[in-house]
Write a protein that binds this ligand. Structure first.
Ligand code: GLY
Length: 367
């Protein structure tokens, strides 16, 4: 059992007035937590998707109304395509028709797509409205809702338009995760394991001990898992808000993962499945350079979470090609996050094409 008091919020410590709390509470506590964050009842804009709205729109509206809030709810289609200029414009139109002012908060009730889109809308409407994250997926609760990355996709690539814009509050209710489709749960687990591998060996050991309960979403471990993983993200963001150093290690498995997603065609794997496979490649590459990496421990946990296979029509050159057109390359080189050991990571571009090919071959199971 992890020893942690989940009544205690985790504070993200940032300069100026950008610091804020991650509060681990049920949605019914939202109005009180919004007051604690300095927000006073009035109009608010709730952005969600139709899947999440089916479960949580009515409870949220009733809890907000009972404290004097006047919410307008915009439920957008679920899915990655919603992170687009068209839906950003739909939010602007709804907000302006609702006669918002500079104190009107934007609340994101949803997973990563809704959080990123609503946050970007909040950052630009009237040059910045207060923003509240209420993440409903595992990936959002432990990663995307924390740290202020907001944005939309462009036909040239994912997340190419965006801004750092911190919320005033993140309310994390791990009970919301029980309505998540099973594949979304295992997809989120990839990011949880990523946090442990890059930063916290003791958490990784706990995951190993509890892996069956974790995969089965056992209610006895879910809130501990979320609290500990969200805490790692909070610590990293407090240290490096704008990704000049440590924060980049959160991209562990992502250089490979994004290329796999792109080569397969978006939507075939979930993001977490692609990152899981990408981490297998990154663990393999890490071990090539660092003998202290206990690769078998890492690979065994990743395989227990998900082991999708790639059709034989996709070859190693397809994945390397997708990597070479990655718009996020720096000075025309791909960057890789590698492990020095379980619990410690670093970023490098000092790898050869044959290192990359060997790692992809390993992850694809085609040595
Ligand atoms: N999801 C990675 C980051 O927030 O930096």
């Amino acid at each position: 059992m992890l020893l942690q008091n989940k009544e205690i919020p985790i504070h993200i410590d940032l300069p100026g007035d950008r610091g804020y709390d991650l509060v681990f509470s049920s949605i019914s506590a939202l109005p009180a937590k919004m007051r604690d964050a300095g927000l006073r009842p009035g109009k608010c804009l709730v952005i969600t998707d139709t899947n999440v709205a089916a479960h949580y729109r009515n409870p949220l509206v009733s809890v907000l109304s009972s404290d004097g809030w006047d919410p307008f709810v915009l439920a957008l289609p679920a899915g990655e395509e919603t992170k687009s200029t068209a839906h950003l414009t739909a939010i602007y139109n709804a907000a302006l028709a609702w006669n918002i002012d500079r104190k009107t908060p934007v609340l994101a009730l949803g997973g990563g797509v809704i959080g990123d889109l609503a946050g970007f809308a909040a950052s630009t409407l009237l040059r910045g409205l207060p923003f509240v994250q209420i993440p409903t997926s595992l990936i959002a609760q432990v990663d995307s809702a924390i740290g202020g990355k907001t944005g939309i996709n462009h036909p040239e690539g994912k997340n190419l338009i965006g801004a750092f814009y911190q919320p005033k509050l993140v309310l994390i209710d791990s009970k919301l995760l029980y309505t998540l489709p099973r594949r979304e749960w295992t997809s989120g687990l990839a990011e949880v394991v990523k946090h442990a591998l890059i930063d916290d060996e003791a958490f990784f050991a706990w995951i190993e001990a509890e892996i069956r309960q974790i995969v089965a979403r056992d209610p006895r471990i879910v809130s501990d898992l979320v609290y500990r993983a969200a805490g790692i993200k909070a610590k990293i963001v407090s240290e490096d808000e704008f990704e000049h150093g440590k924060r980049a290690t959160l991209n562990f498995g992502h250089t490979f993962g994004h290329a796999i997603e792109k080569a397969l065609g978006y939507g075939v794997f979930t993001h977490g499945e692609a990152v899981n496979m990408g981490m297998k490649a990154a663990v393999f590459m890490s071990r090539r350079f660092n003998r202290k990496v206990e690769h078998e421990r890492a690979l065994s946990i990743l395989s227990l979470i998900s082991s999708p296979t790639i059709p034989s029509s996709i070859g190693i050159p397809d994945i390397r090609m997708a990597m070479s057109t990655d718009k996020k390359k720096v000075s025309d080189r791909n960057h890789f996050v590698l492990l020095r050991r379980i619990g410690e990571a670093y970023v490098t571009d000092d790898v050869t094409v044959s290192d990359i090919d060997a790692a992809i071959a390993f992850a694809l199971g085609r040595p």
